[in-house]
Design a protein around this ligand. Structure first.
Ligand code: SF4
Ligand code: SF4
Length: 320
């Protein structure tokens, strides 16, 4: 699977990510987008958690009709194929197999649609084929441009869909003027997560003070380090009794960063989910909303540093 190249747009991109699912990553992304928008910034929110996008429902918005996303699939012309195996050797996904003297066989679920096989075939034996991988929804909601990528049910190629969602968002970005992009990534450290991180300027890694949260935080911080991406940690459910807050802080510092916000457990969050309204709009004085608003302020500080000095963004998140 090829990764995206670094973006060619100037708008700062913030990825909200996390090593495990269920940490409240999407809630933080939505509230960050809503808070930044309320403060007067032009915001794009991208839901790249394509296996289960939830930003729209957290915003209480209905997705309209979307754009069907198709990817290339090679169709091998048996008559033209000279069985040279060049396409097999060019396929980094191992989606094509074929012994010498055989027409290669395609394993559709492994194919990323990269076209390398078609490019290397000197005999014009690979024809154009296509397959739907998902749908992209783009709409405006409360002043926020919302881009949602949704993988087709049963389709295994979520990294491909994540990549195409980001590419579509970047395309949209070039058609308008935005102050900031917030991306809600998939959980984990696989390629579906790496795709949006690759185009981001910094990441907020969301975790919780549980053994699994502490364990998975290490993986996401290793990934951001690998990608040379500045990162700050957000500790959700920070006040859970018996929680491993100390471990989270220790791990964050080990990776040269820090916990930049702690969000307490708050029943208002549940009310916010049910009503489909971001907490920072619904109940600004609740304990969790105050913490979410502190993230908004912190991100705004980082964006202010960004203006005219993109390289200074590192100092906004990483520890000195
Ligand atoms: S590169 Fe073209 S000719 Fe060679 S095996 Fe593949 S499809 Fe056939
Ligand atoms: S398009 Fe061709 S080279 Fe690329 S992953 Fe699919 S089969 Fe492999």
């Amino acid at each position: 699977m090829k990764t995206l190249r670094k973006k060619s747009v100037d708008t700062p991109i913030i990825a909200v990510t996390g090593g495990k699912g269920g940490t409240g990553k999407s809630t933080i992304a939505v509230n960050l987008a809503a808070g930044l928008s309320s403060s007067g910034l032009k915001v794009m929110l991208v839901d790249a958690d394509v296996d289960g996008p939830s930003c729209a429902s957290l915003l209480g918005m209905k997705l309209g009709s979307g754009e069907t996303v198709n990817t290339f699939l090679p169709i091998i012309d048996q008559e033209k194929c000279v069985r040279c195996r060049k396409c097999v050797e060019s396929c980094s996904e191992h989606a094509l197999i074929g012994l010498v003297g055989q027409v290669p066989k395609l394993f559709e679920e492994l194919c990323s649609g990269c076209r390398a096989c078609q490019i290397v075939c000197d005999h014009g034996a690979i024809r154009e084929g296509g397959k739907k991988v998902g749908t992209i929804y783009i709409s405006d909601f409360s002043g926020i441009r919302v881009v949602v990528g949704e993988l087709k049910p049963g389709e295994p190629r979520s990294p491909v869909m994540a990549r195409l969602t980001i590419l579509r968002a970047i395309d949209e970005l070039q058609r308008g003027t935005y102050d900031v992009v917030v991306i809600d990534t998939a959980p984990g450290v696989h390629n579906t997560v790496a795709q949006p991180l690759w185009v981001s300027d910094f990441a907020l890694a969301v975790t919780e003070p549980t053994p699994l949260g502490a364990h998975d935080l290490r993986f996401i911080l290793e990934l951001t380090r690998e990608l040379d991406l500045p990162v700050g940690v957000i500790l959700n459910k920070a006040d859970v009794p018996g929680g491993l807050r100390g471990d989270i802080i220790k791990t964050s510092r080990e990776f040269g960063t820090d916990v930049i916000a702690e969000i307490p457990m708050d029943t208002e969050l549940l009310r916010s989910y049910i009503s489909g309204r971001p907490l920072v709009e619904m109940s600004r004085d609740s304990p969790a909303a105050r913490s979410l608003l502190s993230i908004v302020s912190r991100v705004k500080e980082i964006l202010d540093k960004w203006k005219g000095h993109p390289s200074s963004i590192n100092s906004g998140v990483k520890n000195p």
